[in-house]
Design a protein around this ligand. Structure first.
Ligand code: ZN
Length: 152
């Protein structure tokens, strides 16, 4: 199946079919992926120092505690950095795609793809919120982020 490649004037959407990497089944990341299947963003938080951690870790790199649990996150944040990619680098997102770091309201930064916007619509500091895309054929749900104000 071939995915049509959007032009820079089109609103970028999550891929309809996921052909990218699939997460490994690991005990310390499983709660994150299970929450996504419920359309919930759940981020690891350290009981020792209170820091939010993403991606999940086995032990907190700040205080060394292994008392980490997953907590509901707001799913809201703002773009910290952003780049428009015109090559797929083997990820099969279709081009162009928009890679970004988003700083969640909780203060933790997550790597993501921006969707629901055009290439020219994104900027550092833009408010964004999480959206979920189900890939039921492989039992996977992924989190993407889109501008809080939808593209006009
Ligand atoms: Zn800690």
């Amino acid at each position: 199946m071939t995915t049509a490649e959007p032009t820079i004037a089109e609103v970028i959407r999550p891929p309809d079919v996921w052909r990218g990497p699939v997460p490994a089944d690991e005990a310390w990341t499983r709660p994150y992926w299970e929450a996504l299947r419920r359309h919930e963003l759940s981020i690891q938080r350290c009981a020792g120092c209170g820091a939010w951690r993403h991606p999940p870790v086995v032990a907190c790199p700040s205080c060394g505690s292994d008392d980490l649990s997953f907590r509901p996150a707001s799913g809201r944040g703002e773009i910290y950095s952003v780049t428009v990619c015109h090559r797929e680098f083997g990820l099969r997102f279709g081009v162009p795609w928009i890679a970004a770091y988003v700083t969640l309201d909780e203060g933790v930064r997550v790597a993501t793809n921006l969707v629901g916007c055009r290439v020219g619509d994104v900027a550092i500091g833009l408010p964004v919120s999480v959206v979920y895309q189900d890939y039921d054929d492989i039992g996977l749900t992924l989190a993407f982020f889109e501008p809080t104000e939808p593209a006009g």
